[in-house]
Design a protein around this ligand. Structure first.
Ligand SMILES: N[C@@H](CCC(=O)N[C@@H](CS)C(=O)NCC(=O)O)C(=O)O
Length: 223
C-alpha cells in the first residue's frame, strides 16, 4: 500500500488516514508531496483525479478522501478494530466522522493545522467558538456512551473516529484553547500515541514553511 500525503506540518487531511493506518498496525509506504509548490498539482494528479492529498494506492485500487481511505483499510483489515464491533457504536463513529468531514469550517479556517507554532489564545471568532463547543460536547457524549475502559472515543482502541478528530486536538493545543479536564485528557490521549508523536517529530524536521499560515508572530507555548 502507498499513502500519498502532504506536508506533515500542515496537511490535516493527510494526518487522518496516516494516524488511523499507523495505529491499526497497517504497513504502508509514504509518498509526501509538499503543498503550495508549483509542482504540487501535477504530481498529485499522477496519483488520483482530484489532484489532492491524501490518496491510497493498493494494487489496482485508488482511494481518495480521508474517510474513504480509512473505510477501505477497515474493510481490508477487519481484524484491526478500526471501527467498534457493536453496530450502534459503529454508527455513532460514522456519524461523528461524517460530521467532522462535512463541517466545522469555523475552526478549520480560523485555526489551520500548523505543527510549527503555538499561538497565544485570543478570540478566534464566533464560528470557531461554536465549533469547539459542539466538538467537545460530541467527544464527551461519545465517551460517556461508548468510551468506558480506555482513553479514546470508543474506549481502549483508537478508531477511525479518533483519527478523524486527531487534527482537531492539534488545533485546540496549537491555538491555546481553554479546555475542561475531560477534553484535555482526550486531547492528551490522542497526542501521546506513538503515531501522533512520530508524525509530529517528522513535521518538526520538515524544511517547508507556508508563510500564509503564520497568522501572527510565534508565541511561547502556554502549557
Ligand atoms: N475532503 C478531502 C480533502 C482533501 C484536501 O483538501 N487536501 C488538501 C491538503 S490538506 C489538498 O490536497 N490541497 C491542495 C489542493 O487543493 O490543491 C479529504 O478528506 O481527503
Amino acid at each position: 500500500m502507498r499513502l500519498v500525503i502532504g506536508n506533515k506540518r500542515y496537511s490535516s487531511w493527510s494526518l487522518r488516514p496516516w494516524i488511523g493506518l499507523t495505529m491499526a498496525g497497517i504497513d504502508f509506504e509514504e509518498i509526501l508531496i509538499p503543498l503550495d509548490t508549483p509542482t504540487f498539482k501535477e504530481t498529485a494528479l499522477q496519483y488520483n483525479p482530484t489532484g489532492k492529498v491524501p490518496c491510497l494506492i493498493d494494487g489496482d485500487a485508488v482511494v481518495w478522501e480521508s474517510l474513504a481511505i480509512l473505510e477501505y483499510a477497515a474493510d481490508r483489515f477487519p481484524d484491526r478494530g478500526m471501527w467498534p464491533a457493536d453496530p450502534v457504536a459503529r454508527a455513532r463513529g460514522r456519524s461523528i466522522s461524517c460530521e467532522m468531514i462535512s463541517g466545522f469550517t469555523g475552526i478549520r479556517s480560523a485555526n489551520p493545522m500548523n505543527l510549527r507554532t503555538v499561538f497565544a489564545y485570543r478570540d478566534w471568532g464566533e464560528a470557531a467558538r461554536r465549533d469547539v463547543k459542539r466538538i467537545t460536547a460530541l467527544w464527551a457524549d461519545t465517551r460517556a456512551a461508548f468510551g468506558a475502559g480506555g482513553p479514546f472515543l470508543f474506549g481502549k482502541t483508537f478508531t477511525i473516529a479518533d483519527a478523524m478528530f486527531a487534527p482537531v486536538t492539534q488545533r485546540l493545543t496549537g491555538y491555546s484553547w481553554p479546555m475542561d479536564v475531560a477534553t484535555a485528557a482526550y486531547v492528551e490521549a490522542v497526542q501521546s500515541t506513538h503515531a501522533f508523536q512520530s508524525w509530529k517529530a517528522a513535521a518538526d524536521r520538515e524544511p517547508w514553511i507556508v508563510d500564509a499560515d503564520e497568522i501572527e508572530p510565534v508565541t511561547a507555548p502556554s502549557a
